[in-house]
Design a protein around this ligand. Structure first.
Ligand SMILES: CC(C)(COP(=O)(O)OP(=O)(O)OC[C@H]1O[C@@H](n2cnc3c(N)ncnc32)[C@H](O)[C@@H]1OP(=O)(O)O)[C@@H](O)C(=O)NCCC(=O)NCCS
Length: 167
């Protein structure tokens, strides 16, 4: 069965929560905005997005804040279930966010593990370019928001690779 894609709606909350908990140890955002991929009725992937200042406080960007516009859209969390990976689902989900925001800068922070960013190619395939890698990007946020990362637990010490698609 072909994978289908559609914008997230509030009824998707439980499925997104399960997906994010199992693969990212994080929660679905309060305002569910983004896209999901389905194999039949089963949600096999999701991406959430938000206006940039809401998604990442300007202070967290450090020197990168000069590169990101105030009206940028931010790719927040991207997850595909293990059995559906490597088939372009992650790339299509990021692509859906880009297409939904024509003429707007798109930014993303990919989690870096063992020197690799698993979401890196989903970003670059959609025209987002890596600009910098920031160590310990989620440390303070993970303490405030009380989430654990699968690598370190809490606090999260992982680096983030920042990607930007300019208009
Ligand atoms: C990161 C993640 C979302 C990627 O999802 P995905 O659906 O596997 O992504 P894609 O299939 O689009 O791309 C993954 C790889 O498959 C390749 N690929 C894409 N389409 C393909 C196809 N049709 N046939 C073969 N390979 C393909 C891509 O080039 C990419 O290769 P690379 O990683 O070696 O560069 C997924 O691995 C995941 O959920 N990981 C755990 C959570 C996570 O780390 N999220 C990112 C947080 S920032």
């Amino acid at each position: 069965m072909p994978i289908t894609f559609r914008a997230l709606v509030e009824d998707d909350r439980a499925a997104v929560e399960t997906l994010f908990q199992s693969e990212l140890s994080s929660h679905a955002p309060e305002r569910l905005e983004g896209f999901a991929a389905f194999d039949g009725w089963v949600m096999v992937g999701a991406v959430t997005s938000a206006a940039l200042p809401e998604a990442v406080p300007p202070a967290q960007w450090g020197s990168v804040s000069k590169l990101v516009s105030d009206d940028a859209v931010f790719v927040k969390s991207l997850v595909v279930i293990p059995s559906a990976r490597g088939e372009g689902v992650g790339t299509a989900l990021v692509g859906a966010v880009v297409e939904a925001h024509p003429g707007v800068q798109v930014a993303a922070c990919a989690w870096v593990r063992g020197g690799r960013a698993p979401a890196g190619s989903a970003n670059t395939a959609n025209g987002l370019r890596p600009v910098v890698t920031i160590p310990g990007f989620w440390r303070a946020d993970s303490v405030v928001e009380q989430y654990s990362c699968p690598e370190d637990g809490n606090p999260c010490g992982c680096a983030a690779r920042v990607y930007i698609r300019s208009v």
